[in-house]
Ligand binder design. Structure first.
Ligand code: NAD
Ligand code: 3PG
Length: 410
């Protein structure tokens, strides 16, 4: 017997935006998914609503904003794959409220970001962006003034997570001193040392580099007062999120020559595609490296991310495994050969579990396997049963108060 409510793989629709790497498409196809639409840019507004209305899985990168309003227009959506590290572009609570799991690639581009930041630190300490820009205009600035080696300088890392620690190791290998500020106590790698106050870190660093996520606590965390606290002639690098730095304050500090230079990969407002204009008060400043949010854009990182996130979506689609979801209880599930697998996502409120189990005892349905995981907001129960009972059980489970979503796999 086949359930009417289980979806054949050939009918499961994927929408991959923002030029997700072909490695993701290859993996999905190899796993039997054929309905994959790709769009090279971010979508928004009505265009995004129209497209998302009909898909079961969406893949995005950092530019597509999945708001509560967008989720309200996605009745079939099962999961979101962020083919990047950041998930700030997704309203994770709205997704959870609709029983939509969100996945990302937390490590695949850390090395790419760390390499870019180190390269920028070296170039800025040597004044290369300025000298190169001048040469392009026919000038010739052969001078050692304001040119320094990176060896022996202090790198101040704000946010000592995956990228911050990777950078710490690489910087020490080049002979730098590393200090870091993080809201959490972290084990320093090598000879790095944790500094308790942000302003103290700013005051002692030759190069300050930001690697915090976009959070309420990191919004505009580097403004006029923080830049004033930095060493005269130091450098600021931001490859985290555009909302972390008050860009006007940075522009003023650069004009006033308080800072030697800066490198920005992320901006408060970023163009949604390569065809849109980039607007910033930092345009035209020769001592500023401006890159179009390419910290994680290497062939290596993108190929790895494509595989990593596509694998997570396939596992969740095929057998309900939610391991490493950023908004969902994590359950690693065995295969369910010969059984139908019922997935039940519900609000974490009293009485739901007993109501679920009541469904099976009332209807004399034997449970072959049951798995449960909860977080503070939702519960995720997976139940393996005989195929003959799955239509009835699914219907009854859908009526349990607090139910957010049900699915059946076989
Ligand atoms: N430019 C790019 O292309 C690019 C690529 C990858 C990641 N990123 C950005 O970099 C961010 C960091 O990535 P990651 O993988 O290192 O993340 P991570 O979660 O591993 O590390 C973030 C660190 O920041 C710390 N932190 C949080 N709030 C803080 C605060 N208010 N003050 C100080 N520290 C704080 C955390 O404790 C953690 O140690 C991502 O969230 C993403 O937004 C950008
Ligand atoms: O969060 C990330 O991993 C980076 O910001 C990269 O985003 P992207 O995939 O849009 O380049």
């Amino acid at each position: 017997m086949t359930s009417k409510t289980s979806l054949d793989k050939s009918k499961i629709r994927f929408l991959l935006l923002e030029g997700v790497h072909p490695s993701a498409i290859e993996l999905l196809r190899a796993q039997g998914y054929s309905q994959i639409e790709t769009v090279p840019k971010a979508l928004q507004g009505e265009e995004l609503k129209a497209k998302i209305a009909d898909v079961h899985f969406i893949g995005i990168r950092s530019q597509t904003q999945l708001t509560a309003d967008i989720f309200a227009n996605a009745p079939k959506l099962v999961a979101v794959g962020c083919f990047c590290i950041g998930t700030n572009q997704v309203d994770l609570n709205a997704a959870r409220e609709r029983g939509v799991a969100v996945f990302n690639a937390p490590y695949s581009n850390t090395r790419s970001v760390a390499e870019l930041v180190l390269a920028e630190a070296i170039l800025l300490l040597r004044g290369v962006p300025e000298k190169s820009a001048l040469a392009h205009r026919g000038g010739w600035l052969k001078s050692a003034t304001n040119s320094y080696e990176i060896r022996g300088k202090t790198l101040g890392i704000v946010g000592y997570g995956s990228i911050g620690t990777q950078l710490s190791v690489l910087a020490e290998a080049l002979g730098m001193h590393v200090a870091f500020f993080d809201t959490v106590s972290k084990l320093p790698l090598g000879n790095a040392r944790q500094v308790v106050k942000l302003h103290d870190l700013l005051a002692q660093s030759d190069i300050v580099t930001l690697h915090v996520p976009e959070l309420p606590s990191t919004q505009w965390m580097i403004g006029e007062a923080e830049i004033a606290a930095m060493k005269p002639g130091s450098i600021l690098i931001n490859a985290s999120r555009g909302s972390v730095v008050v860009i006007e304050a940075l522009a003023e500090a650069l004009k006033a020559k308080k800072l030697l230079g800066a490198a920005l990969d992320v901006f408060p407002v970023e163009p949604g595609s390569n065809k849109d204009e980039f607007v910033s008060p930092l345009r035209g400043m020769d001592n500023v490296i401006l890159t179009p949010h390419i910290g994680g854009s290497t062939m290596e990182a993108q190929a790895n991310i494509g595989v990593e996130v596509a694998e997570k979506l396939v596992k969740y689609s095929d057998n309900g495994t939610s391991t490493s979801s950023v908004n969902f209880p994590e359950v690693a599930l065995p295969t369910h050969a010969g059984k139908h697998r019922l997935l039940h996502v519900h609000r974490n409120q009293p009485g739901v579990l007993s109501a679920i189990n009541q469904v099976f005892s009332d209807n004399k349905i034997n449970i072959a396997g049951q798995f449960l995981q909860t977080n503070e907001a939702i519960g995720y129960v997976v139940i393996d049963i005989d195929a003959a009972s799955s239509d009835l059980a699914l219907e009854k489970l859908g009526q349990v108060p607090g139910t957010l979503r049900t699915r059946v796999l076989f």
